[in-house]
Design a protein. Structure first.
Length: 509
């Protein structure tokens, strides 16, 4: 009966909910703290301001240092072209180490509108840039901001020489510091674009979801945002390290950085001379450094592991909307390989999980050969994305915060297959192909309505949309986002509980 009701509600939603489109009327130029700028008006009436610097170029002596305030400019800057992408493993035509720029799409009609602000932090494994423009999302009476941040070794490498140079005696986490600098820019400037600096939602997917996790876990982001949407949160055993010690999964961040740079380090030189050598490397040479990207528990930005922060309820207290796709791991099957038998799957699991923990191993080994593929997808999904996504909802509920959990299930190209990683993002930004079926267009409009309503009020529910149950610790309810919406509960609970217990047992400060 409940599922039938949801089918009816979702079919009705497309006629009941209308997405507002505002004619932009803010007169330029816009003043920001560094000068005046003008944007471009789109056919929809949204105005775009592209390539706005929010920090000095992190080059030369500023490589591997916290972002510095952007310099002022004279005259009126034409913000009509995006800034360069940060250095990435995926080559682009516009890529540079000088990359700390952001874009603003505003649906405001005047500077006094005080529209909700949505700050998008892109995914891509903290190595590449995976994103869409916010122009269509901004038609929903919000201001959308997308930000660049340093990636690869530029944004995440720690090193003993860098720690020695720092007045905090830390290194790494430069990508997170870029996030904080961008959010400080939003606080100082967004009202001139018709946004409300007191109603800022940060949202991101995959590594961008990992950035949501990172920002919630540091008290240095207090007051910079008021709501969080984390999609497919990429936090797992391979991307959190301790600065100076082994953490149960990974060697210390400083050791990893030292090994990555050993061919450029001369033990006969002091740390300042070695840093000069590293800062004299070309951007391509730095990009080639084989250093894992990770959050660094450094005693300053992160006094304790984020896992403990959330377990103890010490995260930033804001409403959280979190979720994942039901087949995240499909994208990674080719990269990680599919075991050809139950024997080889068990052998693989025991190599990945401490063999003494047979309970969790058994949960991720198929019982029948026909289940091997589905079980492998489940393990990859849960370990890479699902566990941390649920962790955010659990932490919020335990702390008395409002929380909402979703499971995205639509695979437009293969409707009988589960939804793989990144598939939901084009629905959030309404960037579907022109050939997309009408039911997918309806799903995209519904998701934009949920996302923007959450940004507006901290609750995704609104008239004309299927009800989304608040998350609680008892049933752990979720909304399944698909062409037919349904509610569910306790998704993967036994497996995720076991994985959480395994993490708690293995992690060391």
């Amino acid at each position: 009966m409940k599922n039938k009701l949801f089918k009816v509600l979702f079919r009705l939603f497309s006629t009941l909910v209308a997405l507002p489109i505002s004619a932009f009327a803010i007169e330029g130029p816009i003043r920001v703290e560094n000068g005046l700028l003008t944007g471009i008006e789109l056919d929809s009436g949204v105005q775009a301001f592209l390539g706005i610097p929010f920090a000095k170029p992190p080059i030369g002596e500023l490589r591997w240092k916290p972002p510095q305030a952007a310099e002022a400019w004279s005259g009126v800057k034409a913000a009509d072209t995006k800034g360069p992408d940060c250095m990435s493993g995926r080559r682009t035509d516009n890529m540079s180490e000088d990359c700390l720029y952001l874009n603003v799409w505003s649906g405001a009609q005047s500077e006094t509108d005080k529209l909700p602000v949505m700050v998008w932090i892109h995914g891509g494994g903290w190595k590449n840039k995976a994103t869409y423009d916010g122009d269509i999302l901004a038609e929903n009476d919000v201001v959308v901001v997308s930000v660049n941040y340093r990636m690869n070794a530029f944004g995440w490498m720690a090193h003993p020489a860098l720690s020695q140079e720092s007045d905090k005696r830390v290194s790494g986490n430069y990508g997170v510091l870029d996030h904080l600098a961008a959010l400080e820019w939003v606080q100082n400037n967004i009202e001139n674009f018709g946004g409300d600096k007191n109603n800022v939602t940060i949202f991101g997917e995959s590594a961008g979801g990992g950035s949501m996790y990172a920002l919630l876990a540091t008290q240095r982001s207090e007051g910079l945002f008021h709501k969080v949407i984390s999609q497919s949160t990429w936090i797992n055993s391979s991307n959190v390290t301790n600065l100076k010690t082994y953490n149960g999964f990974m060697d210390s961040a400083e050791d990893l950085g030292l090994r990555a740079t050993e061919s450029y380090i001369d033990d006969n030189l002091d740390y300042e001379q070695n840093l000069r050598r590293l800062r004299n490397l070309t951007a391509d040479e730095v990009l080639s450094l084989q250093v894992p990207v990770s959050l660094v528990v450094d005693g300053w930005l992160y006094p304790k592991p984020p896992f403990e922060v959330f377990k103890e309820g010490q995260q930033i207290k804001v409403p959280i909307m979190s979720g994942y796709n039901d087949g995240e791991g499909i994208m990674y099957l080719r990269r990680f390989g599919l075991p050809q038998s139950i024997f080889f799957q068990r052998e693989k699991r025991e190599a990945q999980i401490d063999s003494s923990d047979s309970d969790i191993t058994d949960l991720y080994v198929a019982r029948e050969p026909s289940e091997i593929r589905a079980t492998e997808i489940d393990y990859i999904s849960d370990e890479m994305f699902v566990r941390a996504s649920r962790e955010l909802a659990l932490a919020a509920a335990k702390a008395g915060q409002d929380a909402f959990l979703y499971v995205f299930g639509r695979n437009m190209g293969q409707p009988d297959e589960r939804a793989s990683h990144y598939m939901e993002v084009k629905y959030v930004f309404n960037k579907l192909p022109k050939s997309a079926p009408k039911e997918d267009e309806r799903l995209s409009r519904a998701m934009m309505a949920y996302w923007t309503q959450f940004a507006r009020s901290g609750n995704p529910n609104r008239d004309g949309l299927p009800a989304w149950p608040p998350f609680n610790l008892t049933e752990q309810p979720h909304l399944r986002l698909d062409v037919v919406m349904t509610q569910g509960q306790n998704d993967r609970r036994e497996r995720l509980d076991a994985m959480d217990a395994y993490y708690a047992d293995k992690l060391t400060p």
